[in-house]
Design a protein around this ligand. Structure first.
Ligand SMILES: [Zn+2]
Length: 253
């Protein structure tokens, strides 16, 4: 047992007893944790609004041994996620960020860079930046940091270089294989989709870009294809369909 402090984003809140909740938090210093927040369901909760979904808070918690829930002792709000007051799309995008982090990260594995990417994504949604770009950047950066970045220049199956021509028929992407495929390997692969070259270019750009200024805009005619590819990549990794993707249809327009 030890007393720990960290910045954290609230990913999930579940009632635990009449007065308590179990909160799943993505912390900057300890990765994803689940902790009991005693009294959080009381009218005058000691945590106030710091445990609202997607809020960013400074927390103090007692870390228990592996199979016991941690105990949250303090939580102070740093930033509320405000997008829901503006429109539904950025709100659903925020929920999607939480669902992806819940589905693709392990408990108690420090992931500070992914925390920073997630924090920035929520901030950018709150700032009203264009959601298709904010979400693609989040997905590609998350895949990169989690070690699941698709291959773009080498065949994901045999490792040979693959040339994709700008004016050619596009690229063959193996969802299960985890990247681009050469013609020889395609017949032996499952979940292969053909994408147009600019879609591939967006994926490459967003996985490498530091994105300090305005992001490279995704042209409307490619948005549907970008979502199609990313939904399949992410659900294949999470081993299930992510519920929130059904609410992100607007990203395709
Ligand atoms: Zn190959």
């Amino acid at each position: 047992m030890s007393l720990e402090k960290s910045e954290a984003i609230v990913l999930r809140v579940v009632p635990w007893s009449e007065t308590s909740m179990v909160v799943t938090l993505f912390t900057r210093d300890f990765g994803k944790i689940s902790a009991i927040a005693k009294g959080a369901r009381r009218l005058r909760s000691p945590f106030e609004s710091s445990l609202d979904l997607l809020a960013k808070s400074q927390i103090v918690f007692i870390q228990k041994c592996s199979d016991v829930l941690d105990l949250l002792t303090e939580s102070k709000l740093i930033r509320r996620f405000r997008s829901g007051q503006v429109a539904l799309l950025p709100l659903y995008c925020g929920y999607y960020v939480a669902e992806l982090l819940l589905g693709l990260t392990e408990d108690n594995q420090k992931a500070s860079e992914l925390y920073d990417v997630s924090d920035r994504t929520l901030t950018d949604l709150d700032r009203g930046l264009s959601a298709p770009e904010v979400i693609l950047r989040f997905e590609m950066q998350a895949l990169k940091l989690l070690g699941h970045l698709p291959t773009f220049h080498l065949c994901a199956s045999c490792g040979n270089p693959v040339q994709s021509e700008r004016n050619g028929p596009g690229a063959l992407l193996g969802i299960a294989a985890g990247g681009i495929l050469c013609g020889d390997c395609v017949p032996s692969q499952q979940l292969v989709i053909r994408i147009r070259y600019p879609t591939l270019e967006y994926m490459i750009a967003y996985s490498s870009e530091e994105w300090s200024g305005n992001p490279l805009p995704i042209l409307a005619e490619y948005r549907g294809e970008v979502r199609f590819v990313m939904e399949r990549f992410v659900s294949n990794l999470a081993d299930r369909h992510l519920r929130l993707t059904d609410f992100l249809e607007e990203l395709k327009r």
